[in-house]
Design a protein around this ligand. Structure first.
Ligand code: BGC
Length: 383
């Protein structure tokens, strides 16, 4: 596995009791409700939907329990980071999770100029993965991941250079092509405009990708999507790595088919202990989860639900996970804690990640579950 993490840096965090309904019944009710007239959708516990369509509200509700197929199509090239999305792996994910978030590094498979013409061979590969996932019957979140030339910081090995003058136009043009390509796919396919805009000063493009710059760019990318997909549900997340802290700066475009994506790696010194891409490396052996650690998480999620109630836009927790070097018992406790706190607020979630090396729930080498994580996430294994 390559040293992709060496340039990765996530800023450390300084930082209602209605269980989310999960299961087939929810997807079914979504399928039936979609596009049909009826009473307004019931907002999730602690959130509000007054600014979005019934469809967006229903989808947020139905996303339920999910997983990220991370470190495969978001590597500079599929396989560079040790994981390929073989059909059996895709089927395994859809059999056990209602939602699969699919991170894709489109930016490295398109021309480096402003047009960002998609590499057709790669796009066909993504088509095949998406279609296999959709055939599983759940939701698929197609996420624009690791556009490093835009979000800043040094590029990963095997990632080509892009003129900073065209990084934003490329994002818009990538979405124009991707959206046109998938315009006829099921409404269970959702788009997520950009993973973790980071707001780092000095990033590529000359300024931090946060605040007003991100708000303007997200609006342009969404407009490109809307040329061909007027009603597809789209996820947009705040700056500051999608941490709920960034919500105060998020100004959503005027659009009724949105869900807001948040990520949570609180407590950060637990979840990122030992990761080689954060300097200085955080010490190993830190346990989870005591009352203070739970409180840190609660405050972040409460910030998010308070924002949702004001803005009228529902939420999705698109990533959480704890690095494999952390003690296993604590990782399982962490997984359970975040799941419980998210579900108590009616927030659907996706674990980072399914079968790679950050925090897998499926051991691809052995072909079996990482049992403590599976149980903590409440993933059932029907015979
Ligand atoms: C990144 C991964 C990283 C994970 C945890 C994700 O957004 O894409 O490379 O392992 O966050 O930090």
């Amino acid at each position: 596995m390559q040293n992709r993490h060496f340039f990765r840096n996530r800023r450390a965090s300084d930082g209602g009791q209605a269980a989310i309904a999960v299961g087939l019944a929810m997807s079914l009710s979504f399928t039936l409700a979609l596009g049909q007239p009826g009473p307004p959708a019931r907002p999730n516990a602690g959130q509000a939907c007054h600014a979005v369509s019934r469809q967006a509200c229903e989808v947020a509700h139905a996303l339920g329990r999910g997983v990220n197929l991370g470190n495969a199509l978001d590597a500079p090239r599929e396989g560079d980071w040790g994981l390929r999305l073989e059909p059996a792996l895709l089927d395994r994910a859809t059999r056990h999770f209602q939602t699969v978030r699919l991170p894709v590094r489109w930016s490295n498979h398109a021309s480096p100029d402003a047009q960002a013409r998609l590499d057709e061979t790669f796009a066909r590969r993504v088509d095949a993965v998406i279609d296999r996932l959709l055939a599983g019957g759940g939701f698929v979140i197609l996420d624009m991941h690791h556009y490093k030339q835009l979000t800043g910081g040094p590029r990963h090995p095997n990632e080509f250079a892009v003129d900073p003058a065209v990084v934003e136009a490329r994002l818009v043009n990538l979405w124009r092509q991707i959206a046109a390509r998938y315009r006829d796919r099921s409404p269970r396919l959702l788009f997520e405009l950009l993973n973790e805009p980071q707001g780092e000063a000095g990033g590529a493009g000359g300024s931090a990708l946060g605040g007003a710059r991100w708000n303007r760019l997200a609006a342009r990318a969404l407009a490109a999507v809307r040329e061909t997909n007027p009603e597809r549900v789209v996820l947009i997340g705040p700056d500051d790595w999608n941490h709920p802290r960034g919500l105060t700066r998020l100004r959503l475009p005027s659009d009724r088919h949105l869900i807001v994506a948040i990520h949570s790696y609180d407590p950060f010194d637990f979840t990122h202990q030992g990761v080689p891409w954060r300097q200085p490396v955080l010490p190993l052996g830190r346990p989870c989860c005591d009352a203070a650690q739970r409180q840190t998480l609660r405050e972040a999620l409460d910030t998010a639900t308070a924002w949702s109630r004001t803005a009228g836009v529902p939420l999705h927790l698109g990533e959480f996970g704890a690095y494999r070097e952390a003690p296993m018992e604590s990782r399982a406790a962490y997984a359970r804690m975040v799941r419980e706190e998210a579900e108590a607020r009616g927030i659907g979630w996706a674990w980072w990640e399914f079968a790679s090396d950050f925090s897998p729930v499926w051991d691809a080498g052995k072909g079996g579950w990482v049992e403590p994580i599976r149980r903590a996430l409440g993933v059932e294994t029907p015979r």
